[in-house]
Design a protein around this ligand. Structure first.
Ligand code: NAD
Length: 480
């Protein structure tokens, strides 16, 4: 049974608020500059395939120039500045982020393909919250539990993915600046535009030149940054595959490294859970941001006695999801970020079918242009299936069942990852027991995908090491 989709009039958010330039330079030492060899690439809207802008591709020489600018700013300005002055800059950036929130949300949805409802109500408010939170820490590092007068590390080289472009930037930049480091950050090649707008915000805030530098480019640019000998700290969020390469290339160096990698989270529904609430949590867990979420609840574990009820309710709810124009305020599911990611989602879904799982998606009209994938679920999934083991990073849910809490724990932990998990039950004692058993950095109870700057986030096993957020997130940027 599918849910009834009411006809809504379109409610498009205007893109007039965004001032797109035809081309962008690299942000080095407080200004936009051309790359040494003049190379550039295009960034497109994944919803329409329209070219949005041309962006510079930083080579080794450009990365070196950015690292030198960061070093100079660290030695001469940022590490000498009283901590409360550093904090003022962070507050100023946070306030400008709030003032320009609509512009940032529209640009994020244009470049990434995520629904405006999410960029407006989730991403950008969290970005500002992250800066406000760490602004508060800047002059209180002595009281953060790392001993008296903890020292910053120096120059941080930061590489981030495309799924939450500005939010991942804030997770990296806010704690690093609060702790007194300077930064060279590389955004993902498919979503560089909000990082470049953030560079303008640094100018607007009067941030001293060289404290934040943004170099755009693809994997080679990222590699040049993390391997640069004058980088003291490497912070990476992205795939486990690239994370392993970075761990190898930085091994034996003095660099401090944190890695936030992939996930394959279990979302576990017990028979005493409120079904309607759990279904909303399942939908939020895997269809939020098109499932391009490292901590997505991509494996649904349902207790056998409520399986039929939960599945029927879930299918009904999926039938009401609106897929389409990311700038339409009615849209629930936007565009897949790139042609490559769409190909991967298609490939793994085809493997799911070939291995014998049953595929289901609600009837869904997808636009002709752009990259789209209907919300999909697989039933009859076994632990051995690739769709139960590998990260699909798309709107695809694998459904498994269990009978006892112990079996749920064993299945949930049977993964090379360990980033997050969800538990849906009426019993507080069961929540606490499960939280103790699950090998995951974050365990949500009767909710999912909830973030707060005060709460640490990070993984076990192949999900990486180090924590971002909260007091713990400062440790990654301090010599403790
Ligand atoms: P990716 O690893 O391909 O790319 C991430 C970033 O690394 C990009 O900026 C890319 O240009 C850069 N890069 C690529 N090769 C590099 C190299 N050799 N050296 C240095 N940098 C390099 O990952 P992706 O496909 O963009 O992102 C999706 C992945 O990110 C998923 O696996 C997801 O789970 C993970 N992710 C994790 C978290 C977390 O907090 N754990 C958050 C968001 C995304």
């Amino acid at each position: 049974m599918t849910g009834k989709k009411f006809e809504y009039a379109p409610a498009p958010e205007s893109r007039a608020i965004v001032d797109l330039k035809p081309s962008y330079g690299l942000f080095i030492n407080g200004e936009f500059v051309d790359p040494a060899d003049g190379r550039a690439f295009k960034t497109i809207s994944p919803a329409t395939e329209e070219v949005l802008a041309e962006v510079s591709e930083a080579g080794k020489a450009d990365v070196d120039r950015a690292v030198q600018a960061a070093r100079k700013a660290y030695d001469r300005v940022w590490s000498k500045m009283p901590a409360r002055e550093r904090g003022k800059y962070l507050y100023r950036i946070a306030r400008i982020l709030q003032e320009r929130a609509r512009e940032l949300a529209v640009l994020e949805s244009l470049d990434n393909g995520k629904p405006i409802r999410e960029s407006r109500d989730v991403d950008i408010p969290l970005v500002a919250a992250w800066f406000f939170y760490y602004a508060g820490w800047a002059d209180k590092l002595d009281h953060a539990g790392f001993g008296p007068s903890p020292r910053p590390l120096g120059v941080a080289g930061q590489v981030i993915p495309w799924n939450f472009p500005l939010l991942m930037l804030s997770w990296k930049i806010a704690p690093a600046l609060a702790a007194g480091n300077t930064i060279v950050l590389k955004p993902a090649e498919t979503t560089p535009l909000t990082a470049l707008l953030f560079a303008e915000i640094c100018q607007q805030a009067g941030l001293p030149p060289g404290v934040v530098n943004i170099v755009t480019g693809a994997g080679e640019t990222g590699r040049a940054l993390v391997e640069h000998p004058d980088v003291d700290k490497v912070a990476f969020t992205g795939s486990t595959e690239v994370g392993k390469m970075i761990a190898r290339s930085t091994a034996g160096s003095d660099k401090k490294v944190t890695l936030e990698l992939g996930g394959k989270a279990a979302n576990i529904v017990f028979d005493d859970a409120p079904v309607d609430q759990a279904v909303e949590g399942i939908v939020n867990g895997i269809f939020f941001n098109q499932g391009h979420v490292c901590c997505a609840g991509s494996r649904l574990l349902v207790q056998e006695s409520v399986y039929d009820e939960v599945l029927a309710s879930l299918k009904r709810r999926l039938g009401t999801l609106r897929v389409g124009d990311p700038l339409d305020k009615n849209t629930d599911i936007g565009a897949i970020n790139s042609a490559e990611q769409l190909a991967r989602i298609r490939e793994l879904s085809a493997v799911g079918e070939a291995e014998g799982a049953e595929r289901w998606a609600p009837p869904c009209d997808l636009p002709d242009k752009g990259f789209w994938f209907a919300p999909t679920l697989f039933t009859g999934v076994s632990q051995a299936h690739r769709i139960a083991r590998e990260e699909i990073f798309g709107p695809v849910l694998s459904v498994l069942t269990f009978r006892t809490p112990q079996e749920a724990v064993e299945k949930a932990n049977n993964t090379p990852y360990g980033l997050s998990a969800g538990v849906w039950t009426d019993k507080g004692s069961r929540i606490l027991w499960m939280a103790g058993q699950l090998r995951a950095g974050v365990v949500w109870a009767n909710t999912f995908n909830r973030f707060d700057p005060a709460s640490p986030f990070g993984g076990y096993k192949e999900s990486g090491y180090g924590r971002e957020g909260g007091r713990h997130g400062l440790e990654a940027y301090l010599d403790v």
